[in-house]
Design a protein around this ligand. Structure first.
Ligand code: G
Ligand code: G
Ligand code: MN
Ligand code: NA
Length: 251
């Protein structure tokens, strides 16, 4: 069966689930948030990688209803966590530029009862290529609700500093490529992370280093001054019940 045919039915067939990857504070190593990551267990195709189905969902605009479901699911789940723990949700350009996007964020917050400041929307640089004005407008509305905005995969796309001047991102996420490079002593990666951290600090934005897998990478990131760390070293994307278990049971 064609993948698209199956993807069209995936929501009603209840084939999606959301897993959660911890993000820790670089200084205390305490969990500060989780990134929600979508998984598809297809009855027709088995487990399908997001790298495969997300682009297909974007091309077919199925990402709009699917993304809305992820938002609702993630906000609901975050209500089971301690109040200082936030949830980050990835949003594609097609979804952000959809006219109902802001309403769907409001809906997810109201339906779950989650406080807006506990939700962070993650976007990549690519969303600014299509319609910068519309993307800015949608993100500003989301910020006005009280939600945070993270700039994902920073440095891998068509990086332009113009939108850092326009939008008050809460977090810049430094791509794993630079984290790996820095730990192997690559001078360019080191210089780039230093510069991004300095820039984010002076703009009042936080930084998250992505994809830290080793102690060496963690040490390097901490030394470079990144505020938060995400990666397999601290935790893989995990089922909701495993995320909750990280907080332990009250004594
Ligand atoms: O775990 P990882 O393989 O989940 O994710 C692969 C890619 O899929 C990443 O680039 C991630 O941003 C993207 N992704 C994961 N979940 C979602 C989602 O709910 N919405 C969107 N738009 N992208 C997602
Ligand atoms: O593109 P985005 O940053 O939204 O997606 C995060 C992706 O990175 C997911 O696919 C997630 O599973 C993956 N990821 C998270 N931590 C690590 C890590 O330490 N190593 C590797 N290789 N991938 C990671
Ligand atoms: Mn992300
Ligand atoms: Na990323």
């Amino acid at each position: 069966r064609k993948l698209e045919f199956s993807l069209r039915r995936a929501l009603e067939r209840d084939e999606f689930k959301v897993v959660y990857q911890p993000v820790v504070a670089a200084d205390t190593e305490g969990v500060v948030s989780f990134e929600a990551l979508l998984r598809w267990e297809s009855k027709d195709h088995g487990s399908v990688s997001p790298a495969k189905f997300i682009p297909l969902a974007e091309d077919t605009r199925l990402i709009v209803p699917i993304g809305e479901w992820v938002l609702r699911e993630a906000c609901k789940e975050a209500m089971n966590w301690p109040e200082h723990i936030r949830v980050a949700v990835n949003v594609s350009g097609e979804q952000l530029l959809d006219q109902n996007f802001v309403a769907s964020v409001v809906g997810a917050l109201q339906h779950s009862g989650l406080s807006p400041n506990r939700l962070e929307i993650e976007v990549t640089e690519s969303i600014f290529l299509r319609d910068t004005t519309m993307a800015n407008a949608a993100l500003e509305e989301v910020m006005a609700l009280g939600c945070g905005i993270a700039l994902d995969d920073f440095g891998t796309g068509y990086s332009s500093l113009g939108y850092l001047r326009k939008l008050r991102f809460s977090t810049i996420k430094v791509d794993r490529m630079f984290v790996q490079g820095a730990a192997t002593g690559n001078p360019e990666s080191l210089a780039i992370i230093r510069a991004v951290v300095a820039m984010a600090d002076s703009l009042g934005m936080s930084t998250t280093a992505e994809g830290a897998e080793t102690q060496k990478e963690v040490d390097m990131i901490r030394q470079l001054g990144c505020r938060k760390i995400q990666g397999y070293f601290f935790g893989r994307p995990m089922a909701p019940e495993d995320a909750i278990a990280l907080f332990g049971s009250p004594a």
